[in-house]
Design a protein around this ligand. Structure first.
Ligand SMILES: *Cc1c(COP(=O)(O)O)cnc(C)c1O
Length: 368
C-alpha cells in the first residue's frame, strides 16, 4: 500500500527546538503534548522532547496522560483539564499530577486519595485574568479547604495575550499571579513549582518563568503569532512537520470551467488543474482560499472549494507536474512552499488549528 498523504515529522528539528529553548530559558521545560502532540504524534514527540531536555510533560486530558504511562513514559506528567467525575483512582494509580480548578474537583481527588491511603499530587490552577480555567470566585473558599490528602506540587495560570508582548494584560496577570501565590503561602502551602509561561512568554518574557515554563507551539517550530512575534525563522525555530499529498489527477481544462461544489471559482484562462488527494476530512479547512500546494518549485493555489477528500489547485500552463506526483501542502517555507501560517491565514485561523486538525487518516512518518 502506498500513502496518498503523509505528515512528515522531523524529530531532529523537534530536538533542536527543545534544546534551544531549554538552553535559553535555563529553567525546567514542560513539553506540552496535548491533542496528539499538536497533531505530530503523542509518543514519539514526548519521548524525543524528554531526551532533548524537557523534564515534564503536559496534557489536557487524563486519557492522554494514561496513554503516555501505558507507553512506558515515567517522567512527571501534568493533566490540567480533568473535570469532577473523572476516574481519579486511575489517575492516582498512574501517578499523574492533576490540575485542580474547583472545590468540587479538589474534594473528589482528596476523597480518592484518602481511600487509597496516598497523597494526590495536584497543581492549583488560578484565573489571573484570562477568565477561562482556574480558581476565581471560589478562591477565598479554597484557602479554607482541607489539604491533608494532597501534595500541592504546583500552582499555575495561563496568559491570554502573551503573543502580544507589549500588552498591559500580561503585566497585570503576572502581578495577580504573584499576589495569589502569596495568599496561598500565607496559609502554609508553598508549591515547589509555580508556572505561568506558555511558548510566547517563554520566548519574550523572562519575568514570567519562575521554575518552569510550559512550551507547546514553539517546540513544534511554529510561531505563537506571526504578526506580533515574527516567523519561526526569525525566532530561531525549525518547523517540525511537513504535510504532503499526492496529485491524484492532473488535467487540462478550458477557460470558463466551473470548479468544484457550488462552482465558486471559474477558470479565467485555459489552464492545467491538479486534484490533490486530501480534503476537509484530513484537516484541510473547507474555507481555505489563498493557500495551495508547492510542486516542481512552484506554488499552485487552491481553486474552488475544498471537498471532503480532495481539493483542486491551479497548476497554471507551465507546471510539468504529473498525476501521482507528490506535492507539499505546507512545510518550513525554505523552498518557497506554503507554511502552516499561510494555511492559517487562508482560513481565518492560526497555525495551531492547522496542525492539530490533521486527521487520523493521514499517517505520521518520522524522520530522525
Ligand atoms: C496549550 C497550553 C499551553 C501551551 O501553549 P503554547 O502557546 O502552545 O505554548 C500551555 N499551558 C496550558 C495550560 C495550555 O493549555
Amino acid at each position: 500500500m502506498s500513502n496518498r498523504a503523509e505528515f512528515l515529522i522531523d524529530l531532529s528539528a523537534l530536538s533542536s527546538n527543545v534544546s534551544k529553548i531549554k538552553k535559553e530559558c535555563a529553567v525546567d521545560v514542560l513539553a506540552v503534548v496535548k491533542a496528539d502532540a499538536y497533531g505530530h504524534g503523542l509518543i514519539r514527540v514526548a519521548s524525543t522532547a524528554l531526551k532533548a531536555g524537557a523534564s515534564w510533560l503536559g496534557v489536557a486530558l487524563l486519557e492522554e496522560a494514561i496513554t503516555l504511562r501505558e507507553n512506558g513514559i515515567d517522567a512527571p506528567i501534568l493533566a490540567w483539564l480533568v473535570s469532577p467525575g473523572s476516574d481519579f483512582e486511575l489517575a492516582l494509580s498512574h501517578n499523574i499530577d492533576l490540575g485542580v480548578s474547583c472545590i468540587k474537583g479538589l474534594r473528589e481527588i482528596s476523597e480518592v486519595a484518602a481511600k487509597l491511603g496516598k497523597k494526590a499530587r495536584i497543581h492549583i490552577e488560578i484565573d489571573t485574568g484570562m477568565t477561562r480555567g482556574g480558581f476565581l470566585d471560589e478562591w477565598q473558599e479554597l484557602l479554607k479547604e482541607d489539604f491533608a490528602h494532597v501534595d500541592v506540587i504546583g500552582i499555575f495560570s495561563h496568559f491570554a495575550r502573551a503573543d502580544e508582548p507589549g500588552e498591559r494584560q500580561n503585566v497585570e496577570q503576572l502581578q495577580k499571579f504573584k499576589q495569589m501565590v502569596a495568599e496561598l503561602e500565607k496559609i502554609g502551602i508553598n508549591p515547589a513549582i509555580k508556572h505561568l509561561a506558555n511558548s510566547a512568554a517563554t520566548l519574550k518574557d523572562k519575568d514570567s518563568y519562575f521554575k518552569m515554563v510550559r512550551v507547546g507551539i514553539a517546540m513544534y517550530g511554529l510561531t505563537p503569532d506571526l504578526t506580533h512575534m515574527g516567523t519561526s525563522k526569525e525566532l530561531g525555530l525549525r518547523p517540525v512537520g511537513q504535510l504532503r499529498a499526492k496529485l491524484h489527477l492532473v488535467k487540462n481544462v478550458s477557460k470558463g470551467s466551473p470548479v468544484g461544489y457550488g462552482a465558486s471559482a471559474i477558470t479565467t484562462t485555459d489552464t492545467t488543474l491538479g486534484v490533490v488527494a486530501m480534503g476537509y476530512a484530513d484537516g484541510i479547512p473547507r474555507v481555505a482560499q489563498g493557500a495551495g500546494v508547492f510542486v516542481n518549485g512552484k506554488k499552485a493555489p487552491i481553486i474552488g472549494r475544498v471537498s471532503m477528500d480532495q481539493f483542486v489547485v491551479d497548476l497554471g500552463s507551465s507546471n510539468t507536474a504529473k498525476s501521482g506526483d507528490w506535492v507539499i501542502v505546507f512545510g518550513d517555507g525554505s523552498h518557497g512552499e506554503y507554511t502552516a501560517d499561510d494555511w492559517g491565514r487562508a482560513s481565518s485561523s492560526i497555525n495551531y488549528e492547522i496542525v492539530t486538525r490533521i486527521g487520523p487518516r493521514v499517517p505520521r512518518i518520522y524522520e530522525l
